[in-house]
Design a protein around this ligand. Structure first.
Ligand code: FPP
Length: 265
C-alpha cells in the first residue's frame, strides 16, 4: 500500500491532519488497546456484540491507514487471557467475528503485502480459530510489508513466564550442569524469547475509551513507548483519530532516560 493511494481518499479534515505529519518520524510499531466496544453499544441501546461488530470495522480502517502510511508494525489487542471471564455467548461471538474477519480480509491483507502473525497462547484457542490463523500466517509469511500482529489469548505476564521458561529450556538443553549454575539471563535473551521476537518494540501505544491502564499488554516491550489515551470509544476510532494519535506522538520529546531528545524515534 502506498501513501499516494491514501491521499486521494482523505476528507478535507483528514488531509489537514495528514499534512501536519512528518513522514520521516512515524512510529515504527504502533500497538493498540481497542477498548470501549461494549460502552459504544450500550450508549445506543444496542447489544454489546454490535459494538464488537463495529469494532472490526474500526480495526480494518486502522490496519489500512497504518499500512498505507508505511508503518512497519501494528499490534492489536483483540482478546486478552482475561477475556475468557466474559459470558460464553460473547466469547463465542468474538471468536466467530475473528474467523469471519480473517476469511473476508485475508485476500486483501495478502494483496497488500501485509504479514499476519498472532501473539498469545494460540494453542488454547478453539481449533477452528487456530486453523484460520495458521492458514493466514502461512499465506502471508513471505510478505515484506507491514507486520500485522493480533494479540489473542494474550497476557504479558504469561508471555514473560513463557519467555523465561524458553530461555531455561534452551540453556538446559545446551549447557552442562556447571554452566547452568553460573547462568545469567540478559535483556537480549528475554527479548529474543518473547512472542514478539524480531519485531521492534512499539514506540506508540494507543488506548481508546479513556482508561489510563496498560491492562497486561506488552509490559516488557512498551518500556519506552509514548502512550496516547483518547476518550473516543473503539468503534468511533477512525482515520482522523489515528492521525491525531500520530501527531501527538510526533509532538513528544523522546529521551529514553537521557537529557537530550533522542535523535531518532
Ligand atoms: C473492547 O471492548 C474490545 C475487545 C474485547 C476486543 C474485541 C475487538 C474487536 C472486535 C476488534 C476486532 C479486531 C480484529 C483484529 C478483527 P469492550 O468489550 O472491552 O468494551 P467495554 O470496556 O466498553 O465493555
Amino acid at each position: 500500500m502506498k501513501t499516494s493511494e491514501l491521499v486521494p481518499s482523505l476528507s478535507k479534515s483528514e488531509l489537514a491532519l495528514f499534512e501536519r505529519l512528518d513522514p520521516k518520524r512515524l512510529p515504527r510499531h504502533v500497538a493498540v488497546i481497542m477498548d470501549g466496544n461494549g460502552r459504544w453499544a450500550q450508549r445506543r441501546h444496542l447489544p454489546r456484540v454490535e459494538g464488537h461488530r463495529r469494532g472490526v470495522a474500526a480495526a480494518r480502517e486502522t490496519i489500512e491507514t497504518c499500512a498505507r502510511l508505511g508503518i512497519g508494525a501494528l499490534t492489536l489487542y483483540a482478546f486478552s487471557a482475561e477475556n475468557w471471564r466474559r459470558p460464553k455467548a460473547e466469547v463465542d461471538f468474538l471468536m466467530r467475528l475473528l474467523r469471519e474477519y480473517l476469511r473476508r480480509e485475508l485476500p486483501v491483507i495478502h494483496k497488500n503485502n501485509i504479514r499476519l502473525s498472532v501473539i498469545g497462547r494460540a494453542e488454547e484457542l478453539p481449533r477452528a480459530v487456530r486453523e484460520d490463523i495458521e492458514r493466514g500466517m502461512k499465506l502471508t509469511a513471505a510478505n515484506s510489508g507491514m507486520r500485522l500482529v493480533v494479540a489473542l489469548n494474550y497476557g504479558a505476564r504469561t508471555e514473560l513466564v513463557d519467555a523465561f521458561n524458553a530461555v531455561l529450556e534452551e540453556t538446559r538443553a545446551g549447557a552442562s550442569n556447571g554452566e547452568l549454575a553460573g547462568l545469567r539471563v540478559t535483556e537480549q535473551m528475554i527479548s529474543d524469547h518473547l512472542y514478539t521476537a524480531g519485531l521492534p518494540d512499539p514506540d506508540l501505544l494507543i488506548r481508546t475509551s479513556g482508561e489510563q491502564r496498560v491492562s497486561n499488554f506488552l509490559l516488557w516491550q512498551i518500556a519506552y513507548a509514548e502512550i496516547h489515551v483518547t476518550d473516543v470509544l473503539w468503534p468511533d476510532f477512525n482515520r482522523a483519530r489515528l492521525l491525531e494519535a500520530l501527531l501527538d506522538f510526533q509532538g513528544r520529546e523522546r529521551r529514553y532516560g537521557g537529557i537530550e531528545p533522542a535523535s531518532s524515534n
